[in-house]
Design a protein around this ligand. Structure first.
Ligand SMILES: CC(C)(COP(=O)(O)OP(=O)(O)OC[C@H]1O[C@@H](n2cnc3c(N)ncnc32)[C@H](O)[C@@H]1OP(=O)(O)O)[C@@H](O)C(=O)NCCC(=O)NCCS
Length: 182
């Protein structure tokens, strides 16, 4: 199966992508709302990779810009055992190359990822969490048809304080397809 449209290509994360992931997550412009334990090292990322590559309940994709062939970020679907039973998965995304942001590439990547989730994996529900301050992410997810379901109070610890997060979801019958890329 080919996960590609006019703007981006998704390919499975490989060992050669480890340095990019380390650089992206350690960049303060990227990790502000990602709730990762920092700093991330290459060793730690290699251990993460060795684990996820064997785990069928997770799929981590590198986002490549078609025009340049450059890797610009990552997106993923992950299911806990309960999620898998109820045909649902948690989505995540970041564009690690700041210059690649704001050009519609994240939206193009998520159109492919959601198409894969609903048409190939036959999921019923895809959900995600965002920091309540992350307006850019809210705009992205709402433009794809995600519905904000609620606010989770003091769900994470960031910058020395407890922080609220929103939960968003999209159901299989709400996704309008992967071809309408701006
Ligand atoms: C969140 C992120 C993935 C968005 O990427 P992006 O490249 O800006 O998104 P796009 O250019 O594809 O924009 C898609 C939609 O987002 C919305 N959007 C973009 N910039 C926005 C902004 N500054 N404010 C509000 N909405 C915005 C628009 O609705 C746009 O839809 P449209 O093209 O129909 O108008 C990117 O900023 C990022 O990686 N940030 C750091 C990590 C992060 O926060 N990840 C999300 C964690 S939940």
């Amino acid at each position: 199966m080919r996960l590609e449209n006019d703007r981006v290509r998704l390919r499975l994360f490989e060992a050669r992508d480890i340095p990019d992931r380390v650089r992206w997550i350690n960049d303060p412009a990227i990790h502000e709302f990602l709730d990762k334990h920092l700093p991330i090292s290459e060793d730690k990322t290699r251990r993460w990779f060795d684990r996820v590559v064997l785990d069928d309940s997770q799929a981590h994709f590198v986002i490549e810009e078609v025009a340049t062939g450059q890797a610009v970020g990552l997106c993923a679907l992950a299911s806990s055992s309960t999620d898998a039973r109820w045909q649902r998965a948690e989505l995540s995304i970041y564009l690690g190359e700041v210059a690649a942001q704001g050009k519609g590439l994240a939206k193009a990547a998520l159109q492919l990822l959601l198409d894969y989730a609903f048409s190939h994996l036959h999921l019923h529900r895809v959900y995600l969490h965002t920091a309540v301050e992350n307006d850019r992410a809210h705009g992205l997810f709402e433009s794809l048809g995600f519905v904000r379901e609620g606010r989770l109070r003091e769900e994470t610890w960031r910058n020395g304080k407890w922080c609220d997060r929103y939960i968003y979801s999209i159901l299989s019958n709400e996704f309008v397809g992967g071809t309408d890329v701006p």
